[in-house]
Design a binder for this molecule. Structure first.
Ligand code: DGJ
Length: 696
């Protein structure tokens, strides 16, 4: 029995069965032995005479009747249900590595369990046979879930509507999701939580699990006939995608899990701490950027772009990002992907005049690329049609007129690496927006087998190599908006593009979902134009600003259409963001439970001396005024000064008066702010107010 103590919760691992079994994870406990003796289960009629543990890789051969953790076989279907024995283990601080083997099946399983802010579990299968290959259909990581955690929070989504929460009661049976899009996906984010009935942001026991992987995946939440619950997460392998030759291994992606005894907010802060602890986590202030996409789309013209850059600098932007349209024949989205050379048509003098202009204004320069793709109408495809990740003999479905480039082919990999290396070497580029807009559909590698697994690893290698060669360049993970938001892509990128939707109303929910996994400094959030391009809704600057400033702020709006007063107003939002940036990007993200008509969230300084809170009315309600907003999680003993932060062009809302404290501020203890709450003004729908809290 191994007792691992993390920063906030304990994990007890039983090694006696072969594959390690996590028998307990939760609030710190005194004795690991309790976890096994006190939880010993009686035999019951109707079930096998042995109770198979819910191990990290549960075994059908041991009597486990849920979905086995390992699916695969050798020739003629043999060795399809292996059973492992313990071989060895090694404990280094809070990191346990346990090796188990099945001598009959000639398979070895090496499981790593690491506990710090999060519980991180992975396992590796090795084909130890001398001559026979093993066909692997799936290897997933299983985590038991305490039986009283009977409500699930999962996420759905689509393009421009990512990370939408869904609550389900978890009575009996299974709920599962399968993602075959070859990217983390809009539809099936690899994140789910289970908690006590009605668990909220500040109440209830909660566990959460995330698969750190950017390809296909599956997750399962299952309750067995005997009442035990488990979560299972792993890569989804296509038929025949992974065959292990003698001596070869397959390692699962990391499953990253969190526990909290006091609700979702503190559970999800642990995911943030894990990302903030990465050695490559950006420490310097996150540059406010202007992105050209919704400003000019494919219409690149040096004078226009210079004009936009002037205005970007005028409002306080620190980075200027040239989006799609600068290369090859890319004048619209039908051609050019794959040809990463500056277009003489769009930029007759090359990129230098624009870059010099941008850097001369004191801003960094960033550029858009989509290196995993190729348009059939491109020089690259004409020269190497065989480099597309398709299945020979079948007409490949296009997505946005494009195909996936098979990066697992060394020649294709070297070609793209060479072009990107040259682009970054030849220009003063500090930031790359790395996009990915087509699903992997029926993509076979050069051996004819499904190619998504190899492609995902090749993508990681490409990013790693590029970062090695250009260590100062920051990279954004974008995939038609937020289809590639996961902890593994974030090991080699510096922010995610959360959504192509810049409509502040939609963004309130999207960013709330994303905040469950990613801290604000890694979450791209832009102020779009007054009329959102993806929804047609209109919002004032105050609401758009109040929404975007909670992430890594950007502006995606044709600033050339603004007069001086409006530019000043945008500059005011940017200045406010910069003032709050140290708090926003280093503090603890807090979310508050409200009726669905409102969204309330904020960031508290880790030492609780400061905070900023946003309160949005999303829809009308039966009552005219919103209910008092309670602010849990502050220092109970401290006294805070709460002030309304005025945003430019803020409209007062429908009330005849504001609450008394509104103009002067309010002084109250953290305890009272939690217990009594704060009355806010009656708000128009689709408006937000910001509050700033300072400990006195
Ligand atoms: C999809 C991205 O999500 C957008 O932000 C933009 O970069 C376009 N691609 C460009 O084609």
């Amino acid at each position: 029995m191994i007792h691992l103590r993390g920063t906030a919760f304990d994990v007890v691992v039983d090694l006696s069965h072969g594959v390690p079994a996590i028998v307990y994870w939760g609030a710190p406990i005194d004795g690991p032995a309790t976890a096994t003796s006190a939880l010993d289960r009686p035999l019951v009629f109707g079930l096998p005479d042995q109770i198979a543990p819910v191990s990290v890789v549960p075994e059908h051969a041991a009597g486990f009747t849920g979905r086995p953790g390992l699916l695969g076989h050798r020739r003629r279907g043999t060795h399809w249900a292996p059973r492992f024995e313990p071989l060895d283990h090694h404990l280094d601080g809070n990191r346990l590595v346990a090796v188990a083997h099945d001598p009959l099946a000639a398979l070895r399983l090496t499981t790593t369990i690491d506990v710090a802010d999060c519980l991180v579990v992975s396992t590796e299968l090795t084909n130890a046979h001398e001559s026979d290959r093993y066909l692997l259909d799936g290897l997933t990581v299983t985590l038991p879930v305490a039986e009283h955690l009977d409500e699930l929070l999962t996420f759905s989504g689509r393009w421009t509507r990512e990370l939408q929460p869904e609550r389900t009661s978890w009575a009996h049976g299974a709920m599962t999701a399968e993602n075959r899009r070859g990217r983390t996906s809009h539809e099936t984010p690899s994140l789910l939580f289970a908690g006590t009935t009605g668990f909220g942001e500040w109440g209830g026991e909660v566990v959460g699990a995330h698969l750190a992987w950017s390809g296909n995946h599956t997750w399962l939440a299952d309750r067995l006939g005997d009442g035990r619950r488990y979560l299972q997460l792993g890569e989804l392998l296509h038929p025949g995608e992974c065959s292990l030759e003698p001596g070869e291994s397959y390692r699962t992606p990391d499953v990253v899990a969190v526990w909290s005894g006091d609700g979702l907010t503190s559970a999800t802060q642990r995911f943030h701490r894990r990302l903030r602890a990465r050695p490559e986590h950006p420490e310097r202030p996150r540059p406010v950027l202007v992105n050209t996409w919704e400003a000019v789309y494919f219409d690149h013209d040096l004078d226009t772009l210079r004009d936009l850059a002037d205005r970007a600098a005028r409002v306080g932007a620190e980075r200027f990002v040239l989006d799609d349209g600068w290369f090859g024949s890319r004048r619209d989205d039908t051609s050019g992907l794959g040809d990463w050379v500056v277009s003489p048509e769009a930029h007759p003098q090359g990129l230098a005049p624009l870059i010099e202009h941008v850097t001369g204004l004191g801003m960094e320069f960033g550029i858009w690329v989509e290196p995993e793709m190729v348009n059939p109408d491109s020089d690259l495809y004409r020269a190497h049609p065989e480099w597309a990740l398709v299945t020979d003999g079948y007409e490949p479905p296009l997505g946005r007129n494009q195909l996936v480039l098979d990066l697992a082919r060394p020649e294709a990999f070297e070609h793209v690496l060479g072009q990107l290396d040259e682009l970054l070497g030849a220009h003063d580029i500090s930031f790359v927006k790395w996009d990915m807009n087509r699903d992997h559909i029926a993509g076979s590698g050069s051996d004819g087998a499904a190619g998504t697994h190899d492609q995902t690893l090749a993508l990681y290698r490409l990013l790693d190599e590029l970062r090695r060669r250009h260590p100062g360049v920051e990279i954004e993970s974008c995939s038609s908006g937020g289809a590639r938001i996961d902890h593994e892509i974030l090991r080699r990128t510096d922010r995610v593009w959360t959504s192509d939707c810049n409509d502040a109303l939609e963004r309130q929910t999207i960013q709330r979902g994303a905040s469950m996994l990613v801290p604000p400094e890694l979450m791209g959030a832009h102020i779009g134009p007054p009329r959102a391009h993806t929804t047609g809704r209109r919002h004032g600057l105050a609401f758009r600003g109040a929404t975007a400033l909670f992430g890594h702020l950007g502006i995606e709006w044709d600033l050339r259409s603004l007069g001086d007063d409006d530019l000043d107003a945008v500059a005011e939002v940017v200045a406010l963001h910069k003032r709050l940036r140290p708090l926003l990007h280093h503090g603890d993200v807090v979310r508050f439970d409200t009726d669905d008509a409102f969204v309330a969230h904020g960031v508290y300084a880790p030492n609780r001396t400061e905070g900023v809170v946003s309160f949005t009315r999303m829809a009308t309600t039966a009552s005219l005024t919103p209910p008092p907003l309670r602010l849990p999680g502050l220092d109970q003993e401290r006294t805070y000064r709460v002030e309304h932060v005025a945003l430019p062009h803020e409209r007062p809302g429908p009330g005849r008066t504001r609450p008394n404290w509104w103009e002067t501020g309010l002084v109250a203890t953290g305890r009272d702010l939690e217990r009594v709450g704060l009355q806010l003004p009656a708000l128009h729908t689709e408006t937000a107010v910001l509050l700033h809290l300072t400990a006195t």
